[in-house]
Write a protein that binds this ligand. Structure first.
Ligand code: IPE
Ligand code: IPE
Ligand code: MG
Length: 254
């Protein structure tokens, strides 16, 4: 498909979007960089660089249509098991990419957050990410949360540890209390729409707690191929769903 017909398709799809029902928090499992690299005969790390280049467009598009939170799964706790060269190239990529995009994100009024286990992050990368968080702190548009060294189970374990350290009694433990002790708990709400690229149909430990009632959307597109038309397909699919949260259809429609 040419760029022009892709633009026309985007316009047609935009006309179908219900602007009053935009998911407030979209989480994306950005998968398939390695397969994209293989398909195009390049090393895996080139796939990661190409994947990083897609981020800006998706952030801009989501911000433009009024998404409040976009959280991107960039590196799981389990990803430390990858070859060390790939791991170190990815860590370098995270800070260089976000430093490069800092002013563009600022011009678009985007806020930035880190979500993951801070203690085992490489200190230099953590420091650079914290600097960007501070730099964009005053912005009021979309919050871009990058999940690095993130695992949904690890997040719950860390929340439980913090709760125990504060001396809470068993009868004081509630769902709200656990929510309040998750990473970025003061910022990040539950996930409305969770998207995974590359055809895999699993959540790989992403947002275990916050995604309890997310709508799930899977696409065969590899992350480096994911554009605003693909995002629109996910949003239109989301808008056709009925979110019942345990109720009956009649109750939801009343
Ligand atoms: C996703 O792409 C990016 C990270 C997990 C860092 P992959 O690197 O998992 O790509 P595939 O799954 O090998 O194609
Ligand atoms: C999930 O992708 C993690 C990220 C996208 C960062 P993986 O490629 O690591 O997931 P699995 O191993 O296929 O489940
Ligand atoms: Mg993968």
């Amino acid at each position: 498909m040419t760029n022009q017909s892709r633009e026309e398709l985007k316009k047609e799809m935009m006309a179908e979007v219900d602007m009053k029902n935009i998911p407030a928090h979209i989480g994306i499992i950005m998968d398939g960089n390695g397969r994209w690299a293989k398909k195009t005969g390049q090393p895996r790390i080139v796939g990661h660089h190409e994947g990083a280049r897609r981020v800006k467009n998706i952030v801009r598009f989501c911000n433009d249509i009024g998404v409040k939170h976009l959280s991107l799964y960039a590196f799981s706790i389990e990803n430390w098991s990858r070859p060390s060269l790939e791991v170190s190239a990815l860590m370098r990529l995270f800070s260089t990419y976000i430093i490069k995009e800092r002013d563009g994100l600022n011009a678009e009024n985007v806020r930035f957050e880190f979500c993951g286990r801070r203690e085992t992050m490489p200190p230099k990368v953590m420091e650079e990410l914290d600097n960007i968080v501070n730099y964009l702190r005053k912005n009021t548009g979309l919050t871009l949360t990058v999940c690095i060294n993130y695992g949904g189970r690890a997040e719950i374990v860390d929340a439980v540890k913090a709760i125990i350290q504060k001396g809470y009694k068993p009868e004081e433990i509630t769902e709200d209390l656990i929510s309040q002790h998750l990473y970025c708990s003061d910022i990040l709400p539950d996930v409305d729409l969770m998207v995974r690229t590359s055809g895999e149909m699993r959540t790989s430990n992403f947002h275990i707690w916050r995604a309890a009632y997310s709508e799930l959307y899977f696409t065969p597109a590899l992350w480096p191929e994911f554009d605003s038309v693909e995002m629109l397909k996910a949003i239109l699919a989301y808008q056709k769903r009925e979110r019942r949260f345990g109720m009956t259809s009649e109750q939801v429609q009343a």
